[in-house]
Design a binder for this molecule. Sequence first.
Ligand code: SF4
Length: 449
Amino acid sequence: MTTTPQPTRTSPYQSYVYAYPHKTAYRRLPDRPRLSALWAAEPKNALSLYLHIPFCEVRCGFCNLFTRIGAPDGLTGAYLDALERQATAVRQALGETDEVRFATAAFGGGTPTFLTAPELERLCDLAERRMGADLSAVPLSVEASPATATADRLAVLADRGATRLSLGVQSFVDSEARAAVRPQRRADVEAALARVRDARIPVLNIDLIYGIDGQTEDTWRHSLDAALAWRPEELYLYPLYVRPLTGLDRRRPGRPDPAWDEQRLRLYRAGRDHLLAHGYTQQSMRMFRRADAPPQGADDYACQTDGMIGLGCGARSYTAGLHYSFDYAVDMHEIRTIIDDYVSRPAADFAHAEYGRRIDADEARRRHLLQSLLQAEGLRLDDYRARFGSTPADDFGAELERFADRGWLTDGDPTTLTLTPEGLAHSDAIGPELFSPAVRAAMTAYERK
Ligand code: SF4
């Protein structure tokens, strides 16, 4: 087992590890493996389905997700046509058997509610009729922006079984929203929240960001209280990042900034303590759930488990041995080219995986450790041993010793490996330290576009 060299930077904000390996470690797969072969031996009775809609009304300054601004006439329809061709090809590759069952579904992006209400109906039809997902019976999570969370779209989503609506608010202070390059007015955000509650989707999630220029503990608490007034079942608190090629990168290029790190840590702690004092429990560094919220089944649908089918040109799919997707970019021109290429593809193209990364036994262990350790409930040692026949200490002794030396691991519980509150606060430093040397090298060599 190779150990990971310690990075030289010590910032708590190195990167958000929501999926491992990151797409910048994917490469073109020269053999273009057939999906039918990739999925032949995989368990298919509890898959996750993810549909990616790569359109937004604006490009937020902090965002490096795969999405474009607006859609020229006809593009969303052409995109749904392509999604339908892809869904048909993928479902054929999975096999037309009863064994295929989806346990969760999610529409993400981008902004899925960029689509009109009839287009959202079509998206749901596609998930149900082409893929065989029963949206009325499984958790269905949908992301939305305030401006696109209109009553007609929300009615479609509620009617088709959406159980969770996640609204990207970021800040209730108009000047902070502008500073994060997500211009929106608080009055419009409040109106959107009222529409979401009227639609009676069981779980409302609100995303907020800390570390924005000009944000203080007072304004941060003001945003938290404005969110709490809606009693959201979930809240995600995100530290602001300046990522390469994003809008903020052009205004404030990312570079080490200890004062900013300190501001973000201070706001993180203030936000965490505020939510804990208001009846929320902490699920991870970013995620808080209202203690009396209805259970939702699988958390963190985005990329947390094996057995995921992603449809759309920004979506990833996971088998146990391969993670794959389409080409990836952040630059708007490149994204447009990739989307145009996606919508022009014939059905036969969708029967193959084109970009991806193989997951060997070492990467599977790292992935399991990352996924579990960064959750507040930690890693169950018996699960790890049952899966790999070893302990995390056997496989990652040097890394875990470093984390323990920094006070980031609890001790005393022989059944779980759990982060301390300070460890959770440093999740974005812990994650990257667990990347394999090969993934780290591939991410470094990736040519950003
Ligand atoms: S943060 Fe969300 S709404 Fe903003 S550009 Fe990214 S995907 Fe679109």
